[in-house]
Design a protein around this ligand. Structure first.
Ligand code: SF4
Ligand code: SF4
Length: 221
């Protein structure tokens, strides 16, 4: 019997599997940032940061699986509404048209108290962000920002793409990756959720090439 994406995800326990992996990668980034802090003799600024969280005003590139666990969270918390989908669509289109260096807009998942409302399932690119320079610089950009380079952690996130694709039986697309800007990844997951033809639906979307990805963010490759 055919299953919808939502049924498939629930029966195959994909959300806990993905969320555990993402949490593990994010935890490793935190640990890596602290270890590097000792080497470079600079404290990590993020733990005690009281500045405006402009790190959450950046263009976030996420893998499809990362969008899927955020979509699951929205569904579980009653936030999958027509208004939310419209906001995701509008935001995705704007992000896709923007230069990542110029994008400075608070993330849709940042609340009025500047807390991430999907924190424990936030994408690995968010979980990897730690800086050693004063928090104010994240907003003013008056000097170079020294950030932790989470190469191993992001490589682990890329490895998970293939395991996820195989568990979903999503056919490989030559020269393309199943990733995109975060609001797009959440939106396509929500739109595929109740479809039995979710594999065909997902596969025919205009997935980015390596060149597109390099334009957005070299750290996701
Ligand atoms: S990246 Fe910058 S703004 Fe974000 S928590 Fe760290 S110090 Fe604060
Ligand atoms: S998903 Fe969360 S951590 Fe990532 S940019 Fe949005 S609010 Fe910030």
């Amino acid at each position: 019997m055919s299953r919808t994406l939502g049924q498939f995800i629930a029966e195959e326990q994909l959300v806990p599997w993905l969320a555990d992996n993402v949490a593990h990668i994010n935890k490793a980034s935190g640990k890596g940032a602290k270890e590097t802090s000792k080497l470079v003799k600079l404290a990590v600024s993020c733990g005690a940061c009281k500045a405006t969280k402009t790190c959450c005003w950046s263009l976030v590139v996420a893998r499809l699986y990362e969008g899927m666990i955020v979509a699951a969270r929205l569904k579980d918390s009653g936030r999958d509404t027509p208004e939310m989908r419209e906001q995701l669509r509008t935001r995705a289109e704007a992000m896709e048209a923007a230069s990542p260096y110029d994008w400075r807009t608070p993330c849709l998942f940042l609340d009025e108290r500047e807390r991430c409302t999907v924190y424990d399932v936030r994408p690995t690119s968010c979980g990897a962000l730690y800086v050693y320079t004063p928090p104010e610089l994240c907003t003013t950009r008056a000097q170079e920002i020294k950030a932790y380079v989470a190469a191993n952690e992001l490589a682990a996130a890329t490895e998970l793409e293939e395991a996820f694709r195989q568990r979903l039986s999503l056919r490989h697309k030559v020269g393309r990756r199943y990733l995109g800007v975060l609001p797009r990844m959440v939106l396509v997951s929500l739109e595929a959720w109740d479809r039995e033809d979710f594999r065909d639906y997902l596969r025919q979307l205009p997935w980015p090439s390596g060149e597109d990805i390099a334009r957005w963010s070299p750290t996701t490759t």
